[in-house]
Ligand binder design. Sequence first.
Ligand code: GDG
Length: 493
Amino acid sequence: MMTKEELKQVINKELGNYKMIVVSNREPYIHTQEAGKIKVLRPSGGAVTALDPVMRACGGIWIAHGSGNADRKVVDKDDRIRVPTEDPRYTLRRLWLSKDEERGYYYGFSNEALWPLSHIAYTRPIFREKDWQMYKQVNKKFADAILEEKTKSNHDKLLVWIQDYHLVLVAKYIKEKSPDIICAYFWHIPWPNPEVFRICPFKKEIIEGFLANDLVGFHIRYHCDNFIETVEREVEAKVDRERNSIIKEGHECLIRAFPISVDFKDISDLASSDKIKDRAEELRKELSLEDKIIFLGCDRIDYTKGIPERIIAFDRFLDKYPEYKEKVVFIQIGAISRILIQAYKDINSEINRLVEEVNWKHSTSEWAPIIFSKRFVPYEDILAFYSLADVIVISSLHDGMNLVAKEYISSKFDNSGAVILSQFTGSARELQEAVFINPYNIAEFVEVFKGVIEMKDDEKERRMKILREIIKENNIYHWAAKVILELSKFYLY
Ligand code: GDG
């Protein structure tokens, strides 16, 4: 198992005198103000969850959009703040966006065009020319902030690690001004097959944005292959299958799979602490969960996560196996996200309607089958819910990786629990001891609910032990070290 300390050693050895800058849309800490009091929030979302422990271990600068209503109040004159506040480890540099920029770049192009285009969840992407222009403008703003760091710090050896689909053009803008800056890009969501991607009106510029990087990472080999095939169809470039790289106009870009992960040890240790155990017992009482078999869903509310499918399957399960009524409970935690977008308003209403219908249909005076929490849940409560849950249910229609599966497994320090996992998640490739479902196959899903409840304890324990070993070995530090080692092999010497 790679530890934080070992990652630090890898970084010191391999990065040498390179300075690391991470860039993402979402910031890892958000400052908000309510009734005169400033609070710090850790937002939900996979990219931030994964990268914060890496940055804590290796230091450096993280540039991101400052989105909290008190963010400006706490930064210095260069828009910087050291984080985490209680134990500062790295610098967060905030970048400000106007409402128009946020609308066009974030809600518009990133989340109404690129997100549905990359996930095969049958939500139609919307391509607006003005969103695309705003997307380019904001990507340029991020690139300028990086170039400014270079000038200010007088550091001529920079390694920029760009995150996710919001920032596909950043490397191109950086390299135009400063080709010596090393750019690595990690795409946190799936890359679809070429047939799906070919409808995008801005496809050539998007691909050129990717290829300006020195290294591009996806979660799994399948996404890399889809990307390489897309490049072959859409632009003139040479694909080197031996090296898994693409050469365009003399510049080589390596394409690699790096399955992202979580801080296994940190989660496992915290989950076994008295604090989390006590909180779990409090929740058990508060929600009347004593003697219940608990299923848990924990997702940002998103149409890719298959939340309606799991509610419908649970409803059918209660229809088909009524002997389980009053014995089981489904808890769905769902932080609302991207609510200005119509497709998200629609999925929210659909989930609300389904929960009400299913609860109305099956509930008794003592029991309701589904508990739905729509509010943002503090991190420690998420761990308490993992601790309570006999089964985690992940039914994504399509998902780059899915960190909830990995967090749940990491938290099961006593080898209890079971995982129902969609075969359309990136994590399904690694987590072979999970119980797989196709979320579109409701009849099969119903049987899986029953099968998992009736699975023998020693079989559950056997599976969980293997799952935990997999994540323990392939933790988040291992992921970061792999990316850094890959870069260092080709460029740093
Ligand atoms: C993208 C890709 C890929 C959720 N609700 C709350 C909350 N969460 C946390 C979970 C988990 C994270 O958010 C969600 O991570 P996922 O990986 O499951 O999903 P996405 O946000 O869609 O992430 C995904 C990931 O990037 C990383 O590359 O795995 O495929 O789509 O950490 O625990 N956290 C808190 N309150 C909540 O209410 N505190």
